[in-house]
Design a protein around this ligand. Structure first.
Ligand code: BGC
Length: 253
């Protein structure tokens, strides 16, 4: 059984990868990061993934998290990435350029898969919402461990004409110089709104912000349990690796 899979996480500034034991979620090597090429066309990204595979001397299936809605391997949106990527069949292009079979999924869905497979959400029955807070806000929704793919809950309107990721992402916190209390109040408003819409049994937050929960915990009024992600910045590549072999393991998410 193939259980050592290369997982890749494509981000706006860096593309990270490592070989992952998809039965445990463990990274088998220190992750390798290469700056996201400019222009960040799908072709250039594929060349970078190829370099990461070569770095690990890896041949085999690759799972890739990508910051967009991905339907059957096709890039459907481009909020924080190059618009020229819309409509590209990333599964086909990445596979051809790397010479390996690549499965591409949404980056937040990938991070969620890691948390539901090996983290706080493991064996959990009910509805789990995973939010990744970074440049944008990504979401992954699970029902009894099964993913509802491509939810884009970072795009709900939180104020007239303003979507959540333009109001309470980590990029907004940094750009506006908000302290944790000020940012936490915004995030709390967003969490309560999502709670009202989705009514999950648990919310897991990932991205750099999840390490700082204690700094804004006093601003959170949510009754639904809020947990930090277990895998922090590696969740995306771990879940991507798992998603590449999901058929072999049956229900992995
Ligand atoms: C995109 C999502 C992505 C999230 C996190 C958002 O801007 O629309 O697809 O998951 O950023 O990268």
């Amino acid at each position: 059984m193939e259980n050592k899979i290369l997982g890749i996480d494509v981000g706006g500034s860096g593309i990270k990868g490592s070989v992952v034991d998809v039965t445990t979620g463990e990274l088998l090597y220190e992750r390798h990061r290469i700056e996201t090429p400019q222009p960040a066309t799908a072709e250039n990204i594929a060349e970078t993934i190829k370099k990461i595979a070569e770095h690990f001397d890896y041949k085999g299936k690759i799972g890739c998290g990508f910051p967009a809605v991905i339907k059957n391997g096709v890039i459907m949106t481009a909020t924080n990435i190059d618009k020229c990527n819309i409509g590209v069949n990333a599964n086909a292009m990445f596979s051809e350029i790397t010479g390996n079979e690549v499965t591409v999924i949404n980056d937040a869905d990938a991070a969620g898969i890691a948390e539901v497979s090996f983290g706080e959400g493991k064996n959990f029955r009910g509805v789990i919402l995973v939010l990744t807070i970074g440049t944008g806000i990504g979401s992954a929704l699970f029902v009894d461990g099964k993913l509802v793919p491509n939810t884009e809950l970072g795009h709900v309107f939180i104020k007239k004409g303003i979507i959540a990721e333009k109001f309470t992402s980590d990029a907004v916190r940094k750009r506006k110089g908000l302290n944790w209390h000020q940012w936490g109040k915004r995030f709390n408003k967003y969490l309560n709104y999502l709670d009202l819409l989705i009514n999950p049994s648990m919310i897991i937050i990932g991205g750099g912000t999840s390490k700082k929960i204690e700094k804004f915990a006093d601003t959170i009024t949510l009754e639904t349990p809020l947990k930090p992600a277990k895998f922090l910045n590696d969740a995306g590549l771990i879940g991507a690796a798992v998603s590449a072999v999901k058929d072999k393991f049956g229900k992995v998410y």
